[in-house]
Design a protein around this ligand. Sequence first.
Ligand SMILES: [Zn+2]
Length: 413
Amino acid sequence: MNATYSLSHLGRSVPVAPSRAQTAKGIDTDEDLHLTDQEICDFYAIPQQDAAGSDRAGRLHENKWQLRAQPNPDKIHYRSSEQVAGEMLQLQDKYPDLCQRVQVGTSTEGRPIWALRVTADARTDTSHKTAVVITGCHHAREWMTVEVPMHTAIGLLDGGAQGEPEARRRLENAEMWFVPVVNPDGLEHSREVDNMWRKTRSVVDTVVDGQRVQTFGVDLNRNFWDGNAETLSIWRPAGDQPGTTADDFEAGVDNPHTNVFRGLAPASEPETQAMQQLKLGRPNVRGALDYHSFGEAILYAHGHTAEPPPEIDTLVDIAKKINDAAGGNMRIMSSAGFYPISGGALDFQHVNGVVAYTMEINGCFQPDRSHIVPTCERFDQVNLKFIDEIVARAQAGELPARTVPERYRSVVG
Ligand SMILES: [Zn+2]
C-alpha cells in the first residue's frame, strides 16, 4: 500500500499520482506526505534564486505536472509534430520557389521526420550552395526548441517573399534546412502522457547486470555514431562493456531505465540515422545548430572528452558572434564542460568538419507562454548571424574540411 502524497500547485493542494509515489517518497524528506516547493527544488537541484539558465518557477511547474501525471496544459501554446508538418506543407504551397518540405526519415512509431529546405530556386538542385542545418527537439520535453527553428524559417520566407534585401541575400546564398522535430514520437508522448519524457519511444528489451529489462526509449543525443571504427569510442568510451552498469560513464550509459541511455547499438535509432544522413551525407552542409533546453549556453566540441579540438579558436570566435546576436549573456563552453556526454550529435558533426553548436536555451523545458515570442525573436538573430558567418567563411575558405562518412555517401540531391 502506497502512501498518498500531496503538493501545492496553482494555488491549491493536489494529489501526487499513485504512479509517482516512488519519486514522491524520495522528495518528501520530512515524511509528512506533503511535497513542499523547497523539497521539490532540493530533489531536482533547482537553485533557490533564479539565475541565467535556471527558471525556478518554470522548473517547479513542469515537474509538478509530472508528479501529478497529467499533461502540461501549456502544450496548446507549443506546436505538435502534426502542426509542424501541416505548416510546412502550407509554406511549401505558399512559397514553392523558396522552400520544400522534405521527409528526411521515419520515427520508430512511423511518424515522418520533416525538414523544411529554405532557399531561392527551391524547385531545383541547390546543393552547390553552402548549407546550414538547424534542428530542435532531439529531446521530447524541450518544447521551445520546436518553436525556434520554425520561427526563423517563416521569417526568412516572409521576408524573402516581400523582397527584404537581407532575406533575399540569405536565400540566394544558402541552403537552409530546418528540422524542428527530430523526435516526433517523444514529443507526442511528452505532450499527451508524460510531460518530462526525454527519449525516443523505441522498445528496449535487453539484459543488464544479469537482469532482463524491458523499457522504452533511447537518448538520441547519446546514440550518434558516423560508422567509422576509429570514432566508436565517442559513442561508447574505451573500456566500457555493454550489458553492465558498473563501468558506465556518468552521462552515457547502458542502463535503459535512465534518461541518458545510449541505445543497444550505435546509431540504432531511425531518428539518429535521419539526422546523420542529412547533416553528414550532404557535403555542402558546413554548419549546424542543435537547439536544446536548458541553461543559456552555447556548447562546442568536444562532449566526450575535455580535450579541446584543434579548431577551438574558430569555434569560440563564431560562438562569440552568435552570443552577441543573442544579447551577450550566454555562457560559451565546451559540451564536456557543461557536462560530459558520449554519443552526442555535436562530436560527430565536428569530426566530419561541420561547424556545430549545441544551443541550451531558456531556464526550463516548458517555459511559460509569455517566453515563446521573445525567445524566438532572440534566437532568430542567432540563427541569421550563424548562417551569415558560415556562408562568409565557407566562401573565404576558412572552414574545416568536410568529410562524408562512407555509409552516408550514397544520397545527395
Ligand atoms: Zn536536450
